[in-house]
Write a protein that binds this ligand. Structure first.
Ligand code: ADP
Ligand code: MG
Length: 255
């Protein structure tokens, strides 16, 4: 398979008391892939995302980003390296507008380096503000959020909150985007739209790894599916193969 290996886990383990939430998970995702993660409730999907994105420390195994070991690094360090995640329940600033929510996710490129004083010069700041405005505008347009750009996050629909969460990920210049159930709680039509949008972002070069329980939606869009069961990878392959694998059906029925 072509492409750089963006994300890899090797024998990842995470235990909660007696529960083996991750019981030796090894996966690999290449640049430009659009991969779905499925499995019955409690199979360890969210835990895998939490360990990959640095929210939980694993009890064993390692995580690699672009070939570099990043196990145990805090979320902001991974974010800095281009790994961005959305949440099952979008984490938005409810008192702020949609456009503010998106803009505040933009990276601060000035930093505190030796050139920061020069970079803070007024003309530069003005230039940067203009380019920020343009980027936010482009991202919101892409997500069909222009109409509600000036609404507070507390006033928009659940689906628009999901989209605003994704807009934050895009403003954060994700190289790989991890999404935990981006269509949870949204109407079927919007679920399709969200996946069409993800497919477009993917075709523009973004690597996407998504947990999704609506298999009929997921299978239409991703190129590969990883199935988890009881903290392990049960099966992986193209959606049409996974869909007819008897082990997958068993796992879902047995749960
Ligand atoms: P999924 O996302 O596939 O539904 P999870 O990763 O949320 O599954 O959970 C996997 C297992 O780990 C479940 O048995 C769950 O109860 C347990 N678990 C997950 N997070 C915690 C936690 N913070 N504390 C204790 N147990 C947890
Ligand atoms: Mg989950």
């Amino acid at each position: 398979m072509a492409g750089v290996e963006v994300l890899k886990t090797v024998d990842l383990r995470k235990y909660f008391g007696g529960v083996r939430a991750l019981d030796g998970v090894s996966i690999s995702i290449r640049e430009g892939e659009f991969v779905g993660l499925i499995g019955p409730n409690g199979s360890g999907k969210s835990t895998l995302f939490n360990v990959i994105s640095g929210i939980y420390h694993p009890d064993g195994g390692d995580v690699y980003l672009y070939g570099e070991k990043v196990t145990g690094l805090p979320p902001y360090e991974l974010y800095r390296r281009g790994l961005v995640r959305g949440f099952q329940v979008p984490r938005l600033w409810h008192g702020m507008t949609v456009v503010e929510n998106s803009a505040t996710a933009a990276r601060d490129r000035r930093g505190d380096g030796p050139f920061s004083a020069i970079l803070r010069r007024k003309e530069w700041l003005q230039w940067e503000e203009r380019s920020l405005v343009k980027r936010v505008h482009d991202v919101l347009e892409k997500l069909s959020l222009t109409r509600v750009a000036l609404n507070r996050a507390s006033e928009i629909s659940g689906g628009q909150m999901k989209l605003t969460d994704i807009s934050r990920a895009l403003m954060g210049e994700a190289r790989i985007l991890l999404l935990d159930e981006p269509t949870a709680g949204v109407a079927p039509k919007l679920a399709q739209d969200i996946f069409k949008l993800l497919e477009r972002l993917n075709s523009e070069g973004l690597t996407i790894f998504v947990i999704e329980h609506r298999l009929e939606v997921l299978f239409n869009h991703v190129e590969r599916v990883i199935v988890m069961h009881e903290g392990r990878v049960l099966v992986e392959g193209p959606p049409e193969k996974v869909a007819e694998d008897p082990r997958v059906l068993d796992a879902y029925l047995g749960s």
